[in-house]
Design a protein around this ligand. Structure first.
Ligand code: DGJ
Length: 693
């Protein structure tokens, strides 16, 4: 059993393979945090220290490490929940009301029941354990059992307590074309707030926390959690004056008000969390394995060709067929027709909302292209941006009231488009029918779902910040029931929708519009800390890169993109015979190593050299792959030493280097390591190895 209850039934110890998490009910009925860290043997050893006020200014409420602090009482700290009851009361006073446990295949769950002392309002704290992954999912379910609605002003899904000061907090910052830029800062006094207010989750900060005590990839304590929400989130990290650090995450209260109708329940977005005593690598491995086994759809992702960077809006059937034929010749398995195929979509000015095939571009319908793609033995994918409309589009002319807006204000466009109010039933019907019709009429295997502007000027409704994305989850879930073999790619102007809320409903992430192979090494590196490689779409594109202007050899570009789910976005009709041959070779090699890349364990290897080598390893069963990149040689042209990880110490491995095979023990490869010397700029190698039988 992973859930142990103390003999007095007031203390709970939740354990996974290597970790434990504990809390109890104190004499005031508060759910008090007790422990998070390495595995503890017994719930009976846990104690509930008696807390006394530090001073009249620092009452017991304030210093109690609560699992789910609410607004009210002598609490001045951050609260997870603030509601307004029908009579205007804004204070919550909860009492413990028992617990339940449940278990299923590979998981166990504890549900702690809390109820308000006066109002018919319940809060159930859920702790779902996945022992094999050292992970837990926390959420809260709110229930309104009153006769009238209540208002939710603030809902963070959980609070975590870490009994240390001076931790490091890591997340990412960025913007369009520069997602996943990592930062780490020392937590000190005051609060760190990460959030999104644009209706997306992730160009800027990403909805997760990593708090560590000077950990490395392979050592040190790491506490982490990833919020399962796309859209406006907020996360607060605070080092309190009482010697601990707390962190909360959930729905961003910014401009948001949610009503809970009589009889209704609301489940807060879950937080997938865990503890590692062995550094960041264990954190990533546990999250990646869990995502592969429990969140993502099965199957290897196809090598795709996407024509966006090659043709942009200059789409026509003849050229797309030529590109498809060439893509197939190179070895691509899926051809994706991006923006520009529909309505009067010749630029960003028009078309969004008018989802009929443009006859000028496809005089014989989309079937002509799809047939040609299928003749090549490839799958077919189509780009859509269903939440949006251009002011010039017929859809907007017919339904100007379908967008988010205030009646008395002018609504701003962004990328010349408005956001549809997808909380309106008629808009929901329109979006579902439009997509269902496309998927029913055409032989489509893949949908790239884009969203190219943030939400603003929502109109009077303050719940859309949460309900907008709930509809997107819902409509894709419904479409998949009817069209179960279609894969969906989540894209929002690049990597605007990378999070554990959308993953699983959608199958792939478009990681970034920044396809520069060097920039991508940074983006992919920080992406990999939390998110699984299989979902990371990475394309090889043309040089000079449209964003960076950089010119990088095709081999390096391939190696960089082969680190994820490979895609090609070049104008391949312009490839020289040498480039065609290289692309064919690389794609064939990718297919061979694809299970290792997409489903293997991923290692960010240490680089002991002063030169900036990027070293990555993938391992699945007996087979492994090493990528090494050197963007720029410095004076001295130093080499590096590659110390592999995750091997069996006593086993022998054959490493296939360009100079010939090397046979060494796992210990040698992990502890002594192999010398590697790249020279020149944008040098890279891909090395395969396997365990000897
Ligand atoms: C933004 C996406 O990130 C691109 O890949 C492309 O699909 C464009 N939108 C099309 O407008």
């Amino acid at each position: 059993m992973s859930i142990a209850v103390g003999t007095n039934s007031q203390v709970f110890l939740l354990s996974t393979g290597n970790t434990s998490y504990a809390f109890g009910i104190d004499d005031r009925g508060l759910v008090r945090h007790l422990y998070w860290g390495k595995k503890l043997p017994s719930a009976d050893e846990l104690e509930m220290p008696v807390l006394t006020e530090v001073s009249t200014n620092d009452p017991v409420f304030e210093i109690t490490p609560e699992e789910f602090p609410v607004h009210g009482g002598l609490r001045y700290k951050e609260h997870c929940l603030k509601v307004t009851f029908p009579d205007g009361t804004r204070e919550l006073v909860y009492r413990y009301d028992g617990y339940d446990t449940e278990q299923g295949d590979g998981w166990e769950e504890l549900v702690l029941h809390l109820k308000d002392e006066h109002y018919a309002f319940r809060m159930d704290l859920h702790y779902k354990l996945y022992p094999a992954y050292d992970l837990m999912e926390r959420t809260v379910v709110l229930k309104n059992e009153m006769e009238e609605p209540l208002q939710i002003e603030q809902l963070h899904s959980a609070q975590f307590h870490i009994p240390y000061e001076n931790l490091n907090f890591s997340n990412v910052h960025g913007h369009w074309g520069a997602e996943e830029q990592p930062f780490t800062q020392r937590v000190s006094y005051g609060k760190i707030l990460i959030e999104n207010r644009r209706g997306t989750s992730s160009h800027n900060h990403n909805p997760y926390f990593i708090l560590d005590r000077d950990a490395t990839e392979t050592s040190g304590e790491v506490f982490f959690g990833a919020l399962r929400l796309t859209g406006n989130f907020s996360g607060v990290v605070e080092q309190t004056p009482y010697g601990e650090t707390l962190v909360q995450m959930g729905i961003n209260p910014h401009d948001c008000l949610l009503a809970l109708e009589p009889g209704q329940t609301l489940t807060a977005p879950a937080i997938l969390c865990g503890y590692s005593a062995t550094g960041f690598e264990t954190m990533s491995h546990n999250l990646h394995r869990f995502a592969l086994d429990h969140i993502m759809s099965a199957g290897l992702r196809p090598v795709l060709y996407n024509s966006w960077e090659a043709t942009e809006f200059h789409v026509n059937c003849r050229d797309q067929i030529k590109l498809a034929q060439k893509a197939s010749e190179l070895g691509a398995e899926l051809f994706v027709l991006d923006d520009g195929w529909f309505g009067e979509r010749h630029s960003i000015q028009n078309g969004l909302g008018d989802w009929y095939v443009n006859e000028g571009k496809f005089p014989n319908g989309l079937e002509e292209l799809i047939d040609a793609v299928k003749e090549q033995g490839m799958k077919f994918g189509l780009w859509v941006e269903p939440e949006m409309v251009n002011p010039k589009a017929k859809l907007y002319q017919d339904h100007p009231d379908w967008i988010y807006h205030y009646d008395t204000r002018v609504t701003d466009t962004s990328r010349v488009q408005y956001v549809l109010n997808v909380t309106k039933p008629e808009v929901q019907e329109f979006i579902y029918n439009m997509l269902d019709n496309l998927l029913t009429r055409y032989d489509i295997d893949y949908i790239k779902w884009d969203a190219n502007r943030p939400i603003s000027q929502t109109g009077p409704q303050r719940d859309i910040w949460y309900n907008h994305i709930q509809f997107i989850y819902h409509v894709v879930t419904e479409l998949k029931k009817k069209h179960p073999d279609v894969l969906f790619e989540a894209c929002a102007s690049g990597g605007g929708r990378i999070d554990y809320g959308i993953l699983g409903i959608f199958d792939d992430f478009w990681t970034s519009d920044n396809t520069d192979a060097y920039d991508r090494l940074y983006i992919q590196n920080s992406y990999s800390r939390i998110y699984p490689i299989k979902a990371m779409r990475a394309w090889v594109t043309d040089c000079p890169n449209f964003l960076s202007g950089r010119v990088i050899p095709l081999t390096f570009r391939f190696h960089s993109a082969m680190m994820g789910s490979l895609g090609i976005g070049c104008n391949i009709l312009k490839f020289t015979p040498e480039e065609v041959a290289l692309a064919q070779k690389m794609i064939a090699q990718y297919k061979e190593i694809r299970p290792i890349i997409q489903e293997g364990a991923f290692y960010r290897l240490d680089n002991p050299s002063a030169d900036q080598y990027f070293l990555y390893e993938y391992l699945k069963g007996d087979k492994g792959v090493l990528f090494a990149f050197l963007p720029q040689s410095k004076v001295g042209h130093r080499g590096t030493t590659v110390r592999l990880r995750g091997l069996e110490e006593d086993a022998r491995y054959t490493v296939h280097t360009s100079q010939g095979d090397i046979v060494k023990s796992g210990s040698y490869l992990m502890d002594h390591g192999l010398p590697l010397h790249l020279s020149g700029d944008y040098a890279s190698v891909l090395v395969q190895f396997e365990k000897n039988q």
